[in-house]
Ligand binder design. Structure first.
Ligand code: NAI
Length: 397
């Protein structure tokens, strides 16, 4: 089958295995050519198949310590006419290189929010893998079934300050249009915190600690975002911002819990705005990313997932240049938040029109990043070639 990109709104419905493989290999090569660090021996990455979680796994495995990793993700392989998800193909590509280089790994595909998944991972750590010294929580999901009450919560990306209107991109027509983010109901706010807040991270860490799966001094990090004034209406002051504050409060609580139990540590790392499956879905956010990329590229400080994550680990977590704010959060978003960067973003933002947005923002770069989420528009890949999905579906993840 010849695989072509299919887009519905801000979601890519198909994925190209060879494109995904090429991009994973590029990330691995980037890490191999970059600064080395001595870090984790064994790590668990929850949300390991794309975006920041995948970049984390690559940095850890290939960045110096050959970290053995367990990855948990919610992805599916090819079935009938369905291509399989990009995260599935990314994981296959990671497996291949790790295996060739003798770096141990294990994957669990399924619902990280469930008790069953936690039990399975714990069993594997106890019986085969051994204790982990690092747990990364990098989940992004629209839904969560809380195993305690059995209710499925659906997050709603909404405002909490009365609604926000702003311009955003339309990838179908390569244009911009005005979008409104409605105000959230109490129910929607609560559901978003349930899905994207820290409750499940807390459950994972306590289950792992109580089962004896964490080493003395183990660390855990969850990824967060704050963002500048320009996006505060949709992010910081939106339902997702409330969820991130819950995540940050969870870090504080878990830090105290782990300190007492294992002399361990828990933090959030506030990452830079980037194009991922999760962020492309946030209203208005994509156009901010287009403007931000333009400004950061012009200043030579733009980073993708792998550059940002590798800097977080090599310089901050396992290096000696940590950037930590007064609330104890790691801040690899420090370049995005620079005053000069934000001043220029605001200037461009104020001038955006449907006619000039391609000049005043890096729309082309954003568009390419978006299609690359599914392994499309990657140089050197023959997109007219027939892909044998049946063969691919037989490979064990
Ligand atoms: P992503 O969509 O690329 O990755 C999400 C991961 O979660 C995937 O591995 C997916 O398989 C996994 N997942 C989703 N639901 C699951 C479930 N029920 N069970 C198991 N795995 C599941 O997203 P991205 O952007 O890498 O997000 C990761 C974290 O980074 C999120 O907390 C996000 O808020 C944060 N972040 C993202 C930024 C961005 O601009 N993309 C900026 C700063 C923080």
């Amino acid at each position: 089958m010849v695989i072509e990109p299919k887009v519905k709104g801000s979601i890519l419905l198909t994925a190209h295995p060879e494109g995904c493989e090429a991009l994973v290999k590029q990330q691995i090569q980037y890490v191999k050519n970059s600064k080395k660090y001595s870090g984790s021996k064994k790590a668990l990455i929850i949300g390991s198949s794309s975006g920041y979680g995948l970049a984390t796994r690559i940095s850890l495995a290939f960045g110096g310590s050959k970290t053995e990793t367990i990855g948990v993700a919610f992805e599916s392989g090819p079935k009938g006419k369905r291509t399989g998800t990009a995260g599935w193909f990314n994981t296959l590509a990671f497996n291949e290189v790790a295996k060739n280089e003798g770096i141990n790994y294990k994957n669990f595909m399924g619902d990280a929010f469930s008790y069953e998944m936690k039990d399975e991972v714990i069993k594997y750590i106890k019986e085969e893998f051994g204790q982990v010294d690092l747990v990364i929580y990098s989940l992004a999901s629209g839904k969560r079934t809380d195993p305690v009450d059995g209710v499925t919560y659906t997050s709603a990306l909404r405002s909490t300050t009365g609604g926000v209107t702003g311009p955003t991109v339309d990838l179908d027509t390569d244009s911009i249009y005005t979008q409104t983010m409605e105000n959230a109901s109490e129910e929607e706010l609560k559901a978003t915190v349930k899905v994207m807040g820290g409750e499940d991270w807390d459950m994972w860490i306590k289950a792992l600690a109580e089962a004896g799966c964490l080493t003395e001094g183990a660390k855990t990090f969850a990824y967060s975002y704050i963002g500048p004034k320009l996006t505060s209406g949709i992010y910081k002051d939106g339902t997702i911002g409330a969820a991130k504050r819950h995540l940050e409060q969870t870090a504080t609580n878990l830090n105290a819990y782990l300190k007492e139990k294992l002399n361990g540590e828990a933090y959030t790392a506030v990452n830079k705005a980037l194009v991922t499956k999760a962020s492309a879905y946030i209203p208005i956010f994509p156009l901010y990313a287009c403007v931000l990329f333009k400004v950061m590229k012009a200043k030579g400080i733009h980073e993708g997932c792998i550059e940002q994550t590798h800097r977080l680990f090599a310089d901050m977590i396992y290096g000696n240049e940590p950037v930590i704010d007064e609330d104890g959060r790691f801040r690899p978003d420090n370049w995005e938040m620079r005053e000069d960067v934000q001043k220029e973003c605001e200037e461009f933002w104020a001038q955006l029109t449907p006619e000039n947005f391609k000049d005043l923002s890096d729309y082309e770069g954003f568009r390419k990043d978006f299609f690359q989420l599914g392994g499309f528009e990657v140089e050197g890949v023959d997109y007219s070639a027939d892909i044998d999905l049946d063969e691919l579906s037989k490979i064990d993840i």
